[in-house]
Design a protein around this ligand. Sequence first.
Ligand code: NAP
Length: 482
Amino acid sequence: MSRARTVPAGNHGHRMDSGHPGRMASAPSGPVACRLMQQIIDAILQGAPGEELAAIALPESYKATVVLASEQTMFDGMESEDKDPRQALHLQEIAMPELAPDEAVIAVMASSINFNTVWSSIFEPVSTFGFLKRLGKESYWGARHDQPFHAVGSDASGVVLRVGSAVRKWKVGDKVVVHCNHVDDQDPSSHNDSMLGDNQRIWGFETNYGGLAELSVVKANQLMPKPAHLSWEEASVNALCNSTSYRMLVSRNAAQMKQGDAVLVWGASGGLGGYAVQYILNGGGTPVGVVSSPEKVGLLNDLGVEHVIDRRASNYKFWADEHTQDETEWRRLGKDIRSMIGRDVDIVFEHPGRQTFGASVFVAARGGTIVTCAATSGFMIEYDNRHLWMKLKNIISSHFANYAEAWAANQLICEGKIQPILSAVYPLEQTGEAAYQVHKNLHEGKIGVLCLAPSEGLGIDDPEFRAKVGEDRITAFRRHGA
Ligand code: NAP
């Protein structure tokens, strides 16, 4: 990953006083900015109160992990597998944007790799610069996002450094985690379920100034309290995947799992699956996990998941060739599930997409539900509709989570009822390598990224509660990944 430190061309000159959206006026840059960043870090590590943090000037620019518009065709003609996030992700100094009245500036202590950063970095299925262009046309504030760089990342834990004039619930010094649902609260369509808002976006994927950076600019309605018993990196990995799994399984907006339900979870030790199996166990359900190695089977068994299928060992071939699915292979999976739990599953937790969707529809029980939020292996899906309608099954779509759902999911982390699934930690300089690990499916759970936090294990404010929850439970994935 390159470490270019120039402010990208085109960013200079957009100042608050120019009438154009851009960086904050009168803020120091260069070595002064470095000194200020160090002051911010020192103050946070020493537990300085909000007034002290507010007295430190914000630097004019900060380091962020970016993809560049000038490179968005760099992988044209290549297979997805061969596109390398390490080539496209750069750690680069970017200008601090002007703060909107409903926003906050966050000192990002840690962030995490989500699959959307893999998508951004391989420019698939589309380049994210189209999202930024559209946002840029919406308003004065939207225009700040349309830049020749895209600062990516959709998770963060950190400390509030500034709030806009319209922010009421949060103040400088608050320790927070950030969820990624970016909605315009003046849009009436976002007031029943904000995921249905016309202008709903994912922060750090469909907006700029994301979390894989030293600082970030977020809407105040993305903020949630940081779980006091977790370190910065443990706190940073949850919001995106935990909230998504919560909505898919628990919320009334999707599958509404009930006690006794059996649930097939694809990728059960991955980012979404690692939370899904916890919700199923907590909710009195029976998870049937699917993973791809004996080590992952062992990890899930340690978490209390009794029924786990190693898909690599079972060698399912749902597609006989590129155009033809093999129903006998769907039946083989169904038989394997029945041999484990004695019946079909009520819910299938779907996200691999094209490779598995036909099998998922087939193995769901009569009247069962396939809940889907993604299509990692391909979005042009094929399934046999007879198995859907004749057996009265439902396909339910789900996408991230509204604020209430994200808050509820975060509350469960705060109460020690859902555990972080952090398995590895990288420094900000190695975000490209971390994204590569996720792209190549070499990871388990979630990969954390240290941004301003100088080392692991910092930020734990409630060690007594941590001990009560249990170090072993909190660090189960980390110990396994080590
Ligand atoms: P992840 O950490 O990479 O985990 C996904 C797991 O799926 C992998 O560990 C792998 O497990 C399994 N998998 C991958 N390809 C597969 C295939 N062809 N067949 C069967 N299993 C396969 O990723 P994640 O964070 O869970 O995200 C998964 C997908 O959901 C991504 O496409 C992501 O963009 C999407 N997503 C969507 C939302 C949303 O709001 N809509 C939110 C989060 C994520 P094994 O190899 O162990 O089987």
